[in-house]
Write a protein that binds this ligand. Structure first.
Ligand code: GLY
Ligand code: MN
Ligand code: MN
Length: 436
């Protein structure tokens, strides 16, 4: 778990980066209706969580560098015994001060009155436009009021600037405490995949495997970090398949892409295993190419190399492998240059991983692919998908989809595979199927 000191350090770093004359405003994500009077489970805005740890709806954090009365202001819902009887405990402004380190805290109802005062004398308001339109309309109102009242209040802010540029850079490089959270999340997702493998039997439905994953996540105090993909047979060729309704045959390969969010940090793992316990010759041939590509991509990860280097390593192995098994024809070098692999491998090898499964942070810097630094975390997930409709492919290969995905942290000397405890050698995987 993260300590209050960690949140304090993050705010100080941001305040230092913004400097005087600025204010940063971070609003909670709105609650969203599922149907009629039932909401979706609430998921707080990641930037607000990152800077405050505060997880209630309607909250708004304001950071004002150099403000004499305190730089961290938090608006939040008031304590309300009647509402708390139905919906659960609220921290209230008292809790915001005592538990979340705010220098000042007010009920959200006071925002219209207090926000213009907080923004008085501020030149630049850092706020990420375009995300929460209702809140934005209110912000627009406060700024107009300040512009209309320059006689009484002095100069109004002159610019709105992005905030996520700063916060996303901070989130991209994980602190030691965050790496601890990433390891826990990865370990729980590893357990869930092991259980899913062990519970797999021909005749089951994909949703029964999904249930095993969710069972593990919930047992560990986590939720899914994205809807689990449980794709048997040709469903594996749909990259973000989510129906999870098919009945699985013993001859099917099952692709499972599932991860959890534990204490605010995501994991993201994919394995592909044979429902009947043994890979067919064609399934295994494809699997081994993807495994070699994934190992080559992981080996490429170290500080100073580009985020695209693992991808290039994977493309090279996949192109040569597809040639070897006859799914591509021609010369390896030319096929790689022409991007012939894209018919079978149509996504990137890596994305950032952190509080969000597709985490924040630029992939380029100065017009070039980003260089890896210690503390960055990413996935490594090459795949080969042979469309069931690919009439150029031998019949036995059609409908085979394999992706192998692990979570990797960049370290000072190379990398750490956070999900290394989950087997991916074909024999080791086969030995786990149907054990429970
Ligand atoms: N689970 C989505 C992805 O692997 O990117
Ligand atoms: Mn992924
Ligand atoms: Mn995934």
């Amino acid at each position: 778990m993260l300590t209050p000191a960690e949140f304090d350090r993050r705010r100080s770093e941001l305040i230092g980066a913004l400097g005087p004359g600025c204010a940063a405003i971070v609003a909670a994500s709105p609650e969203r209706t599922r149907s009629r009077d039932v909401d979706y489970p609430y998921r707080p805005d990641s930037n607000l969580l990152y800077l405050t740890g505060f997880h209630e709806p309607e909250a708004v954090a304001v950071l004002v560098p150099g403000r004499d009365e305190g730089e961290f202001v938090l608006f939040c819902r008031e304590r309300d015994p009647a509402r708390e009887l139905w919906d659960g405990k609220r921290a209230g402004p008292e809790g915001a001060l005592a538990e979340f380190g705010a220098d000042a805290a007010w009920p959200t109802g006071e925002m219209d009155k207090i926000m213009p005062d907080l923004l008085k004398g501020v030149d630049t308001v850092h706020y990420d436009l375009g995300q929460y339109p209702e809140f934005e309309a209110r912000l627009g109102g406060w700024l107009k009021r300040l512009r209309d009242q320059t006689k009484e209040r002095g100069r109004a802010p002159v610019q709105i600037a992005a905030l996520d540029y700063y916060v996303h850079e901070m989130r991209l490089c994980k602190s030691p405490a965050e790496l601890g959270c990433m390891r826990h999340s990865a370990a729980l997702a590893v357990d869930a995949h092991k259980r899913a493998m062990a519970r797999t039997r021909p005749g089951m439905h994909e949703y029964e495997i999904e249930a095993e994953l969710i069972y593990c996540f919930k047992q560990g105090g986590a939720t899914e970090s994205y809807p689990s993909i449980v794709a048997s047979g040709a469903n594996a060729c749909v990259l973000h398949y989510r129906e999870n309704t098919a009945r699985m045959a013993g001859s099917d390969l099952l692709l499972v892409d599932a991860g959890c969010e534990l204490n605010g940090y995501a994991s993201d793992i994919t394995r592909a295993w044979p429902v009947g316990g043994r890979y067919s010759a064609e399934q295994r041939a494809v699997y081994e190419i993807v495994l070699e590509a994934q190992r080559a991509a992981i080996s490429a990860i170290e500080p100073g190399v580009s985020i695209l280097d693992p991808h290039h390593a994977a493309i090279d192995v996949i192109t040569r492998g597809l040639l070897r098994i006859g799914l591509l024809k021609g010369k390896a070098g030319r096929l790689a240059r022409d991007g012939a692999y894209r018919e079978f491998f149509m996504h990137r090898t890596s994305h950032w991983l952190g509080m969000d499964v597709h985490d924040v942070g630029d992939y380029e810097s100065g017009g070039k692919p980003r260089k890896l630094e210690p503390g960055m975390c990413c996935t490594v997930e090459p795949g080969i998908y042979v469309s069931p409709d690919n009439e150029n492919a031998p019949k036995a290969f059609r409908g085979i989809g394999v992706r192998i995905e692990d979570d990797v942290a960049v370290t000072a000397s190379g990398h750490e595979v956070l999900t290394a405890a989950l087997p991916k050698d074909p024999e080791e995987v086969e030995a786990l199927i149907g054990l429970l």
